[in-house]
Ligand binder design. Structure first.
Ligand code: APR
Length: 250
């Protein structure tokens, strides 16, 4: 099928859909200037996330780990949601039941005004106490952070970023909410290399549950999907929306 007919077939599926679930990864924020992890211009050119985003790396050298997160926070703070984020925000207000399960910790879906965002890997704007002193996790959007590593306001112990590190479990409520959302009419897989589990298993589960699953990625790679559109999220979602958007704005 051609690119155009793929766009039309996705639009007609979405027109008939009541429940839409969108699984997003770093690729959806690429057009906002946030480097992906494993792409050619990705973070992995200089750092392997697997080396820095682990409890072991933090225990070994919390300052270096925080320097990396503080650097990423500064990039994200300067970034703006792009057309892909905007279209999903419109759909989350227009369609009756939309869930966006994102692996991204950047908060750009929320900044675009998207409803129903599930932060599968947490948020880079949240901190928690690495001593688990009982202090609730807190938000801190100061860039740069005045002190590296930052401290827990409760026990003055080391604070850690509110993100899920390699080797750590996904919050059980988050996992349950994400899996419940796979009972949907259409599931879009946008901008993820589908190599990090358990997030990478969600698309296959959506297929099993009978959803129409479409991938949007310049280099599609998710297995078993019904439709793979080789394109950039900001362009493909914009094209689909141009076919969906009612003549009178909602
Ligand atoms: N539109 C859509 N997809 C894009 C775009 C774009 N404009 N630009 C790049 N991509 C695709 C790439 O082809 C690649 O498949 O986005 C994907 C990004 O893959 P990764 O960098 O591996 O990011 P992601 O899949 O989100 O990583 C998963 O790994 O490091 C951890 O916790 C981190 O959440 C992250 C997880």
């Amino acid at each position: 099928m051609s690119f155009d007919s793929d766009i039309h077939s996705l639009a007609s599926r979405l027109k008939a859909a009541r429940r839409l679930t969108v699984l997003t990864g770093a690729g959806i924020s690429a057009a906002s200037g946030i480097p992906t992890f494993r792409g050619p211009d990705g973070l992995s050119r200089n750092f392997r996330a697997e080396q820095l985003a682990t409890p072991e790396a933090f225990a070994r050298d919390p300052k270096t780990v925080w320097e990396w997160y503080d650097w990423r926070r500064q990039i994200i703070a300067r970034a703006k949601p792009n057309r892909a984020h905007e279209v999903l925000a419109v759909w989350s207000r227009r369609l009756p039941d939309v869930t966006v399960v994102t692996q991204n910790v950047d908060g750009l879906h929320e900044r675009a005004g998207t409803k129903g965002v599930v932060r599968f890997h947490g948020s880079i704007w949240e901190l928690s106490c690495s001593n688990a002193c009982g202090r609730e996790a807190w938000s801190d959007d100061r860039v740069p952070l005045p002190e590296l590593p930052p401290r827990c306001p409760g026990c003055s112990g080391l604070a850690r970023p509110g993100v899920v590190w390699f080797g750590e479990a996904i919050n059980l409520d988050i996992l349950a909410r994400s899996r419940r959302a796979l009972d949907c009419d259409v599931c879009l897989v946008v901008g993820t290399s589908s190599v990090v589990y358990p997030a990478a298993a969600l698309a296959a589960e959506a297929v099993e549950r009978g959803a129409f699953v479409a991938e949007i990625n310049p280099e599609p790679g998710a297995s078993g999907v019904d439709l793979a559109i080789a394109g950039k999220a900001e362009e493909v979602l914009d094209r689909v929306e141009s076919l969906l958007s009612p003549s009178i704005p909602p």
